[in-house]
Design a binder for this molecule. Structure first.
Ligand code: AQP
Length: 344
């Protein structure tokens, strides 16, 4: 029976500004996991082109995500850091998964509905098939764990469905090709944490997002100390002082969001944040949050700017990572072809 060794895969799209949601929902988990796991961290540029991109800006954005990974503390020697389009097997396996996944499954994806909006007929086929490419990203490396924010939960469930269907549909051929047990693992999402869903600073019911037209809705990793302070001070709140326990956050989305951000940035539970700030006015709490956010995020922003000034260095990291990723991907893709009956 196949036992899949634990391996972590995750990615971020090079679109728009990386924000606090991406950092706390994804990158902070990557930094912790690199200590215990074999990890691949990808800049998912093929996902980015499911909506129109300016080529010059895309190139810069790819380097910016790689810079953010490294500036946040990911080690490019220990981990494989690369961009998706340099490993052709991602697109190859995605096509095969397009033939495994069912229309009905993809029709249920809420992210497609949100991103396509009312103009569904005009959305690219790539945007619709996005989750099949994401499944390919993960399963190409037989990754067992995928650290993501809560918004990606449905896509990971779909990756599990695709893996399961492939394992079942081709069980005979998988065994005939010498595999003792399932071909793909069923990957586990790693979502837990106080910042699994960071909300907009302007509206506690809306996800913090790169595509929000208001820059005051998010803290960008590239923001300097002044911008961070301004955005926190302008963040929407309610008129009540902060509660002393977590139950008191119910029905107060903005308070819940800011306390969650404080907890995640200080790596402490929300209970202890509320022990310190319970009964305080938001103005006092925001002063503490500004200090904390500036202390945590400004050095990362500074290091990102320094790295982005050296594109040749970033490109060399991505090239090296891609070569290492291809060494893992090539044999899996060959096995997939054998299982399907494709001649190679
Ligand atoms: N608000 C968030 N809170 C927690 N985690 C989040 N993530 C995104 N927003 C939040 C997580 O960040 C990782 C990378 O996301 P992505 O760039 O691949 O895609 P996205 O989810 O489309 O990012 P945005 O900002 O939400 O972009 P738009 O505005 O285009 O929709 C993922 O792990 C994601 O869960």
């Amino acid at each position: 029976m196949t036992i899949f060794p634990e391996r972590v895969f995750s990615g971020i799209q090079p679109t728009g500004n990386l924000h606090l949601g991406n950092y706390l929902g994804a990158i902070v988990k990557f930094v912790a996991l690199q200590k215990t796991h074999e990890c691949l961290f990808c800049v998912v540029d093929l996902h980015a082109i499911t909506v129109p991109q300016d080529p010059g800006e895309l190139r810069q954005a790819i380097r910016r995500i790689a810079a953010a990974y490294i500036a946040s503390g990911l080690d490019p020697v220990k981990n494989i850091i690369f961009n998706q389009s340099q490993v052709a097997e991602h697109a190859e396996l995605a096509w095969i998964f397009n033939c495994v996944a069912r229309m009905g499954w993809l029709n249920r994806m809420t992210q497609f509905k949100e991103k396509a909006g009312k103009d569904r007929e005009n959305a690219s086929i790539g945007l619709f098939a996005y989750p099949a490419l994401m499944a390919a990203d993960i399963l190409l490396y037989r990754a067992t764990h995928v650290p993501v924010g809560e918004d990606q939960k449905q896509h990971i469930e779909l990756a599990r469905d695709i893996a399961q269907k492939f394992n079942t549909d081709f069980a005979g051929s998988i065994a005939a090709n010498g595999h003792d047990g399932p071909f793909f693992p069923l990957p586990e999402p790693l979502i837990q944490g106080p910042a699994a869903r960071v909300m907009s600073l302007r509206d506690g019911l809306k996800k913090m997002s790169k595509s929000d037209p208001s820059d005051f809705s998010r803290i960008n990793l590239s923001d300097d100390a002044e911008a961070i302070a301004q955005k926190v001070r302008k963040a929407k709140t309610d008129p009540e002082p902060l509660p002393s326990d977590v139950e008191g956050l119910a029905g107060r989305p903005e308070a819940e969001n800011l306390v969650g951000i404080y907890a995640a940035l200080s790596d402490s539970p929300r209970e202890s944040v509320l022990q310190d700030f319970g009964g305080a006015q938001f103005s006092a709490f925001k002063n503490g949050l500004v200090d904390l956010a500036v202390a945590k995020l400004s050095p990362i922003g500074g290091e990102m700017r320094r790295l982005e000034d050296d594109p040749a260095y970033i490109d060399s990291i991505l090239r090296d990572g891609s070569l290492r990723a291809r060494e893992l991907a090539g044999p899996v893709m060959d096995q997939v072809k054998d299982v399907l009956g494709l001649i190679r």
